[in-house]
Design a protein around this ligand. Structure first.
Ligand SMILES: Cc1cc2nc3c(=O)[nH]c(=O)nc-3n(C[C@H](O)[C@H](O)[C@H](O)COP(=O)(O)OP(=O)(O)OC[C@H]3O[C@@H](n4cnc5c(N)ncnc54)[C@H](O)[C@@H]3O)c2cc1C
Length: 436
């Protein structure tokens, strides 16, 4: 079969699901077009390290074209996908259309502001490299502005401003952000400023539900909360955010001063899901068949964070990298085998465990019946994340960076780039008196 006569599979999104689908499909006699709006794949589980100046963006990302360099049947296109015409079997992109015989949609999900998108400028989230760099800019800038204010000759009493970092959302992302911020302010920066004391930084983690890490067993949630408190994080549970404005966060009637607000709550699936015309859940995830295809279109599959599927026990599969990877791989095999005349298989998730890091030597791990907390959990987290990072160079660099910062408490990427304005900086100082 020459390249032109082979069936064409178009994969939208080069995240965990799309990449695994492309790599697996490359073993079958198909032409593959992998489309992503960015030219690089991001290892999202380490974005918080970029936001807290531990790693640089290029250490957690890799060019898609480079990742696919050995898979000759994979064509990579950098383009924003805008729509689909399922009757003509085309994907509509920025700058044209591509036809498909099979379509795999793996466009992922992002955080959501519970219908309050106007909060986004004051509380950026952690989904992209750009978002992580914006968080890093705000966090670092807050320390610099506080030092400048405390050192100013107008400030006769040399009183330093209280820095308040508020992290909204007690899931894995919120927990690792809050824990790392505590570590940075209490240990890494302890000796770097002359007029302020970074150790006084207040770090508050707000969780709307009754416990942090709600998807984990209760004992691990408790352990995570204790480990966070030990690092110096103030954890507030059942704290539903009702308003976000420059310099503060409201929880019902009370107002919490917030020099920097970091958003790590809610899930909103890519809007591309709705463009398929299939049913979606409240977060916009596509309700897929057991083989991950959509009803009425066996040639269209949705995988990863954008797909909504229940496991054997009736629980929704979580939006985590292993689910996306296994779904991408299973879909590729289903397409490849179908072309050989074999029947499709339903998708079954093999849960190898969940890990959430909290900070230096602090983490929790849920391996089914075995629950682990602290240093051992953290070591497992560290090695698993290094193992799954794409590219040997990145793995080596990240391992060296982590070993270095573990031994020396140094963080290398301490750079403020771009704007030097911090939303709400003046207001937050004036409103500090109204601390809740
Ligand atoms: C901060 C953070 C921390 C996380 N930590 C963990 C963790 O520790 N462990 C874990 O298992 N999971 C973690 N996750 C979840 C995990 O990253 C996701 O479950 C996984 O990335 C989902 O893979 P995906 O392929 O469905 O989507 P994604 O990886 O999000 O990839 C989607 C791709 O689609 C592209 N795309 C989107 N829209 C378009 C469009 N219109 N046109 C073209 N391209 C488009 C995007 O550019 C992106 O490359 C974390 C997520 C975040 C945000």
């Amino acid at each position: 079969m020459d390249q032109q006569t082979k069936p064409r599979v178009v994969i939208v999104g080069a995240g965990f699901g799309g990449l695994l689908a492309a790599r697996t499909l490359a073993r079958y006699p198909v032409q593959i077009t992998l489309v992503d709006r960015q030219n690089f794949h991001v290892f999202q589980p380490l974005l918080y390290q970029v936001a807290t100046a531990g790693l640089s963006p290029d250490e957690i990302a890799a060019p898609i074209r480079w990742i696919m360099r050995s898979q000759r049947s994979v064509e990579v296109l950098m383009s924003e996908v805008r729509d689909f015409d399922l009757s003509r079997r085309v994907v509509k992109l920025e700058g044209g259309e591509v036809e498909y015989d099979y379509l795999i949609l793996a466009a992922g999900a992002s955080h959501a502001y519970f219908g309050h998108d106007e909060w986004a400028p004051f509380a950026p989230g952690l989904k992209t490299i750009e978002g992580a760099l914006e968080l890093r800019r705000r966090v670092l800038l807050a320390f610099e502005l506080a030092e400048r204010q405390a050192a100013s000759s107008d400030n006769k009493d040399r009183e330093d401003a209280q820095l308040n970092f508020v992290v909204v959302g007690g899931g894995p992302t919120g927990v690792e952000l809050a824990g790392t911020l505590a570590e940075v302010s209490r240990q890494v920066l302890a000796n770097e400023f002359r007029s302020i004391d970074p150790k006084r930084t207040r770090i508050v983690l707000l969780e709307g539900g009754p416990r942090v890490l709600p998807a984990y067993p209760e004992d691990l949630s408790r352990s995570a909360e204790e480990q966070l408190q030990h690092l110096g994080v103030e954890v507030q549970t059942s704290a539903l955010v009702t308003q976000v404005e420059p310099g503060s966060v409201h929880i019902g009637e009370s107002k919490l001063p917030a020099t920097v607000i970091l958003w790590a709550a809610g899930v909103a699936a890519s809007p591309l899901g709705e463009k398929l015309g299939a049913a979606v859940d409240r977060a916009g995830r596509v309700l897929v068949n057991p083989d991950l295809s959509i009803p009425g279109h066996p040639e269209v599959f949705v995988v990863g964070d954008l797909a909504a599927l229940k496991d054997e026990s009736g629980k929704w599969l979580p939006g985590v990298a292993p689910v996306a990877m296994q779904e991408g791989k299973a879909t590729a095999h289903n397409i490849g085998n179908e072309l050989r005349g074999e029947p499709r298989k339903d998708f079954h998730y093999w849960n190898k465990g969940s890990l959430a890091t909290i900070g230096r030597a602090a983490a929790v791990a849920d391996f089914g019946k075995i629950h682990v907390s602290g240093f051992l959990a953290w070591l497992s987290w560290l090695f698993i994340h290094i193992f799954f990072l794409i590219g040997f160079r990145n793995r080596l660099i990240v391992l060296i960076q982590w070993a270095w910062s573990y031994l020396t408490y140094e963080r290398g990427a301490w750079l403020i780039t771009g704007d030097t304005h911090l939303p709400g900086w003046k207001e937050s100082q004036a409103e500090e008196a109204e601390d809740c």
